[in-house]
Ligand binder design. Sequence first.
Ligand code: AMP
Ligand code: MG
Length: 188
Amino acid sequence: MVYIIVDLEATCWEKRENRPNEIIEIGAVAINEQGEWVDEFDEFVKPKIHPVLSDFCINLTSINQGMIEDARGFPEVLQSFQNWIASCSSNENKNESKYVLCSWGHYDRVQFKNDCVLHELDTHWLESHISLKHQYGELKNLRRPIGMKAALKREGIKLEGVHHRGIDDARNIAKIFLTYFEFWTMPE
Ligand code: AMP
Ligand code: MG
């Protein structure tokens, strides 16, 4: 089993105006059953419907047009991401891949699903998923789940890198994940 701590960034606008949000970065950290930081994945994605980033999105994520201009499209990047997950999780004995996707909230799974539907790709690979945000809220008896930044502060963990960059968010979430490594409830 490998734990894939994943964080997505997507196109966004100050006012939604019914535009679909598309993934522009997949950032992830793989952690093994011993709680070791095995590997990282980070790739930008060129959006299909709105390939020009809004100023709002650039300001929020610090991802600029140049960073996604030469990026591959979602189907290609997803294939690489899935190959990476398989390479981190392949069980030498059974030759099978077992992983759990872990993210801070349900947003990342929903966003992955939306992009898969947009590109007519399979979504079954998203089934094994947990929201660390909701489990953290329960572990800590919080009245409602809190954001990653607030959770880091609560834990006395320094927010490293740039907030709202997929890979940096994934690394910071991975630190919270490792702090409570024994306590997360995994899917059946
Ligand atoms: P995050 O993982 O918190 O960096 O957020 C993931 C994505 O959610 C961002 O890339 C945006 O597309 C969207 N998002 C996050 N925060 C906001 C916000 N305050 N306003 C609009 N969209 C947001
Ligand atoms: Mg993020």
